[in-house]
Design a protein around this ligand. Structure first.
Ligand code: CU
Length: 353
């Protein structure tokens, strides 16, 4: 209701302003005052210079302040490439923006209304048209080519030695699973998800590969080695976002996605570089997924490879700390469902007797 009132008030104010403007121009016409038209024309002309110059000065003044809250240099190999591409595009766009807008405002100032002045007319200019078609086309083609090259490198085949981590999004937390010593994940199935019993991933424990899988509270990855995030969601859309590594990939229910990259700086190195002993790499959700979206934060810890191996060795497989799940999987579920059905049928029969 409030929104409706605010909307109506805004419409009312705008129509009043429009009416005032209309009355003023009608009065000017009735009075036939050329002097006033000439004056407002000059003011408008001057504004065509003052406004863009002021905006430019504000941009130049504010840019270094804004730059302080930019992300630090990328902590991944591909991140340096995408950053370079980003800044190249921004530079080209900024130069073009400055040239075209300088022209736009300068012409508006220079050719403001003057009594007796007439615009000159020319039909076309082939040279000019060829120039302003070919130059942007070449620049665009180059930008697209380098972008395509970077993207196909980033999405290239996953190195065999890549360390695999499963990241699952749910409302509202990230869950992280490692494949354990066999380096292979056990199967999972959405029908096995049981938050009350504690099987949040829906792991199929009939699959031998799941026996050494472990679940981590912090996402550890080694520096300088390829890491593969295997991403999925169990309810709605989420999106894996690790800004310091320039990693972003949607987590889609029923459609596994992935992203592989090489981290280049340990958490400790970043703390020294940024002079911030509390710094932590962060994994956030960047797809509004519901009420608790803001809380989907997970810490990523990058360590030296030997430290990583020690950490892995210290982890306890999920099944070891939750032995009640041993052998529980899909066929077990099927059996249970069948028994349930039979019982239901039986009770139905009894009721009909
Ligand atoms: Cu989310």
């Amino acid at each position: 209701m409030n929104t409706l009132f605010i909307g109506l008030a805004a419409v009312l104010i705008l129509s009043i302003l429009f009416m005032l403007f209309r009355i003023q121009s009608l009065v000017t016409i009735v009075k036939g005052s050329h002097q006033r038209v000439g004056m407002s024309n000059k003011v408008n002309g001057a504004l065509m210079l003052i406004v863009p110059i002021t905006l430019l000065a504000l941009t130049v003044w504010y840019s270094p302040i804004a730059a302080e809250s930019f992300l630090p240099e990328a902590s991944s190999e591909h991140g340096l490439v995408t950053d370079r591409l980003f800044w190249t595009s921004i530079t080209v766009i900024s130069i073009m923006f400055l040239i075209t807008n300088a022209g736009l405002f300068w012409f508006a100032y220079k050719y403001q209304y003057k009594e007796g002045r007439q615009a000159s007319f020319f039909h076309d200019n082939t040279r000019l048209e060829v120039f302003w078609t070919i130059v942007p086309a070449v620049i665009m083609a180059l930008l697209v080519f380098f972008g395509w090259k970077a993207w196909s490198d980033i999405m290239s085949e996953v190195p065999k030695e890549a360390i695999q981590v499963e990241i699952m999004g749910k409302q509202f937390a990230w869950q992280v699973r490692y494949p354990g010593k066999d380096k292979e994940f056990g199967n999972h199935d959405f029908r096995l998800i049981d938050d009350v019993a504690g099987n949040e991933f829906g792991i199929d424990f009939e699959d031998k590969k799941s026996e050494d899988d472990f679940i981590a509270r912090e996402l550890y990855i080694p520096k300088g080695q390829p890491v593969l995030f295997k991403i999925r969601a169990r309810d709605v859309l989420h999106s894996v976002f690790a800004p310091h590594f320039r990693v972003k990939m949607d987590a889609v229910p029923g459609m596994p996605t992935q992203f592989h990259f090489v981290p280049t700086k340990t958490t400790e190195e970043m703390r020294t570089e940024l002079n911030n002993p509390k710094f932590n790499y962060e994994l956030a959700c960047t797809e509004i997924c519901g009420r608790g979206h803001f809380a989907m934060k997970f810490i990523i810890v990058v360590v030296e490879p030997n430290e990583y191996n020690t950490w892995v060795a210290e982890q306890t497989p999920f099944l070891e700390s939750n032995p009640q799940f041993k052998g529980k999987g899909l066929s077990d579920l099927r059996k249970k469902n069948l028994a349930k059905k039979k019982e239901e049928e039986k009770s139905k029969e009894q009721a009909s007797l």
